[in-house]
Ligand binder design. Structure first.
Ligand code: HEC
Ligand code: HEC
Length: 286
């Protein structure tokens, strides 16, 4: 970020000048970032641009926290015991934990430092599986965590860095990732245009399952358990009504052998059509 843009007043002519200075892609990414940062939401668009032209490390960390809780879906699994289906990485100092992992004889990865370990955990989770947290029946050789740079979560490199910055900063550790370069920021904008506006209703059952990250916790093409039961033949196991109930009121009936780890707020987030498309798809899986 250059320092000539330190003025936060938002006159129309300044915004115009900024628009000229930034490439279109860069402007787009800052609007994208503006939409994700809770504290800028709702302000006039002209101010958003000016503020984000001077994206600070604090903004980047706040973006990381927002990604951790929302788009990244990390808190679906990573929450304190007994509800957590994954280690409580928000409650632990992840820099200290990472150093322990790197020193563990079982560690086979390529990371050299805490940031590298956190990154590897996100993009290649099976490289090192935290003891007792592996996929059932794999003796901790395979992680049930989805790679977060792939669908359905699909964070960009810049977004992954923001999450790392957040995990380092929340316990007062030094942040070792850098703010995105304009080029990287523009790439993010190009790669993730869908993430800008309000959520778009899914058009198909598959899209809806991706949007709500069902596939992060459930295999659709097998009956093997990930975090939740495999759904290959769920239609043979449960009636249509039971499937609907297990999505909108998951704690009403808990599948045997599983913890009550399924998010309970789908009913607030889904459109009726999205819900019914998913129910129909799952009911047909016999
Ligand atoms: C579907 C559930 C799930 C989601 C979603 C998920 N994780 Fe995980 N994660 C796990 C599980 C289970 C483990 C423990 C097994 C392992 O080591 O891979 C884990 C391990 C980790 C570890 C290593 C923890 C340690 O103590 O060494 C990190 C770091 C991590 N996850 C970060 C994230 C981040 C950041 C996100 C969101 C962008 C995320 N995870 C999303 C399930 C999940
Ligand atoms: C954070 C992980 C997680 C996410 C995300 C998740 N589930 Fe689940 N789901 C579970 C767990 C754990 C269970 C078993 C415990 C229970 O019944 O609540 C379960 C149970 C179910 C069941 C009952 C299966 C059976 O055989 O009894 C259905 C159906 C289901 N989920 C569908 C969905 C759909 C559809 C979505 C996306 C809209 C979804 N789940 C998202 C974890 C998750």
């Amino acid at each position: 970020m250059t320092d000539t843009r330190d003025n936060r007043e938002s006159s129309g002519s300044k915004v115009f000048v900024y628009a000229m200075i930034f490439s279109l892609g860069l402007t787009l990414v800052f609007t994208l970032v503006a939409n994700m940062l809770p504290q800028v939401q709702g302000e006039a668009p002209s101010e958003q641009m000016v503020d984000l032209g001077s994206l600070t490390m604090d903004d980047f960390i706040a973006l990381g926290k927002d990604l951790f809780e929302n788009k990244g879906t990390c808190t679906l699994c990573h929450k304190p015991a007994p509800l957590g289906r994954a280690p409580d990485i928000e409650g632990a100092d992840m820099v200290a934990v990472s150093e322990e992992r790197l020193a563990d004889g079982r560690y086979q990865g390529e990371a050299k430092d805490a940031a590298g370990y956190i990154l590897e955990s996100m993009v290649d989770p099976s490289r090192y599986v935290v003891a007792t947290w592996g996929k059932k029946g794999t003796n901790d050789a395979e992680s049930p965590m989805p790679a977060v740079d792939k669908p359905p979560i699909q964070l960009s490199t810049v977004e992954i860095d923001a999450v790392i910055a957040y995990l380092q900063a929340k316990d007062g550790n030094e942040v070792t990732v850098s703010l995105p370069s304009p080029e990287a920021a523009a790439e993010t904008a190009a790669a993730a245009p869908a993430a800008t506006g309000a959520p778009v209703p899914a058009a198909t059952a598959d899209e809806a399952m991706t949007k709500y990250v069902c596939t992060g916790c459930h295999a659709l093409d097998s009956n093997d358990a990930l975090v939740g039961p495999g759904l290959l033949s769920v239609g043979a196991r449960l009636s249509t009504d039971e499937i609907r109930q297990s999505i909108i009121d998951p704690n009403a009936v808990i599948s045997e052998g599983f913890p009550p780890a399924m998010p309970a707020d789908f009913a607030d987030k889904m459109t009726v059509r999205e819900l019914e498309m998913i129910v129909e798809l799952l009911a047909g899986k016999k």
